[in-house]
Design a protein around this ligand. Structure first.
Ligand code: FMN
Length: 369
């Protein structure tokens, strides 16, 4: 088994390509060239890595950060209720000591629990506290958390007020445009959160009923951006540099947040950030570089989480193995790996039969999950 681990080099080798990008209007371009100000926190990137439950652990964030060192990252969502009952903090709250900027995302519906959890999150090193007001999963919404807060703006506002009063760092929220097609209340809800003291709002352009289906409606993000003074971050269907630019132009948002586009592709946030900062497209990784990244991801997850890391790595490996002959067969095998060696060997075998110059990544138009 031979595994080349130095992806730092790969990051530097990604030169600009000649493909033209959609142009940003000059006023937007110069606004986006300034730091993103989240209350007292200054972030030197307009591209954020979203919280993704089961994905954005410390290992994944290390990979994303390698290509986007200045971007804001989020932990997976953390249950405030669980924190109330346990003495030892869960692994999802672990943050690298030098990991900046980082937000810890919390969910629940009880302001006092969230305030207590936020204090623990700040002690862990959180630069901001984000409240999840968008999760569509029944397990969360039936207890009044996640997107069900869209139907209870009073509680949502009280959460922001209470948590803001409890911690010295900015409190932000991430939400959707409404509960359902018939009940889109993004504007009123966003205004309410701003008045309650939220320092930034991330808006996913889907309703709760949509789940992750259909397309994100960025027009609501544009309306909310116009109405608020705090930064508004656009989220939903950002799968490429071009999509990010289109979204920024259409919404005039203060930044974009990448989500499913980063699954098996921790290069995306960096690619967009690089373009916004330099006006040049970074050459996407080759298939071989992606598979090397998959090997490294597997090794790091196993080191960090042991056996459960290997089980968790299976889905990541399958996400990386896309876009070349034999990928489907490789995915099948990767989904069953029981050891780091087995996974690395499978990936190594694939690498040896792929020609070195083979296919660069072509941006996805749709989500893989
Ligand atoms: C597997 C998965 C896990 C997610 N976990 C979270 C989470 O913990 N907190 C959160 O606010 N959103 C979570 N989301 C929602 C995403 O952050 C994002 O809002 C959504 O995927 C829309 O963006 P996209 O169309 O670019 O994927 C999750 C989405 C997926 C697919």
């Amino acid at each position: 088994m031979s595994v080349a681990l130095n992806l730092d080099q790969t990051a530097n080798q990604h030169h600009a390509t000649n493909q033209p990008c959609p142009a940003l209007s000059p006023a937007l371009k110069s606004r986006l060239a300034t730091p993103l100000k989240i209350g007292t926190v200054e972030v030197h990137s307009r591209v954020l890595q979203s919280p993704l439950s089961g994905v954005t652990d410390l290992v994944f964030r290390r990979l994303v950060r390698r290509y986007a060192p200045q971007s804001m990252m989020y932990t997976e969502m953390v249950s405030a209720a669980e924190l109330h009952h346990v003495r030892k903090l869960p692994q999802v709250m672990e943050v690298d000591p030098d990991e900046r900027p980082i937000s810890i995302q919390l969910f629940d519906r009880r302001p006092e629990f969230l305030a207590e959890a936020a204090k623990k999150a700040v002690a862990q090193g959180a630069d901001t506290i984000d409240i999840n007001m968008g999760c569509p999963v029944n397990k969360i919404t039936k207890n009044g958390g996640g997107s069900s807060l869209l139907r209870d703006p009073d509680t949502a506002a009280r959460i922001v007020e209470t948590v803001s009063a409890a911690v010295p760092v900015p409190v932000t929220a991430k939400t959707r445009i409404g509960w359902s097609e018939e009940d889109i209340n993004a504007l009123a809800f966003a205004r309410r959160l701003e008045s309650a003291g939220a320092q930034m709002l991330t808006l996913h352009g889907r309703t709760r009923s949509q789940g992750y289906n259909g397309t994100a409606d960025w027009s609501w993000i544009a309306k909310v951006k116009q109405a608020l003074s705090i930064p508004v971050i656009a989220n939903g269907d950002i799968f490429s540099v071009d999509a990010a630019l289109d979204c920024l132009e259409q919404t005039q948002a203060d930044g974009v947040m990448c989500s499913r586009g980063t699954l098996g592709y921790p290069f995306l946030v960096g690619e967009i950030d690089h373009y916004l900062k330099t006006g040049e497209r970074r050459t996407p990784p080759t298939v071989i570089e992606r598979l090397r990244c998959a090997q490294e991801h597997l090794i790091m997850l196993a080191e960090y989480k042991g056996k459960s890391g290997i089980r968790q790595a299976r889905k990541h490996m399958a996400w990386y193995a896309k876009g070349f002959d034999g990928a489907a067969e490789l995915r099948e095998k990767l989904c069953r790996i029981e050891s780091v060696e087995a996974g690395c060997d499978l990936l190594e075998d694939a690498i040896t039969v792929i020609s070195p110059e083979s296919c660069h990544h072509s941006p996805r138009k749709t989500a893989i999950v």
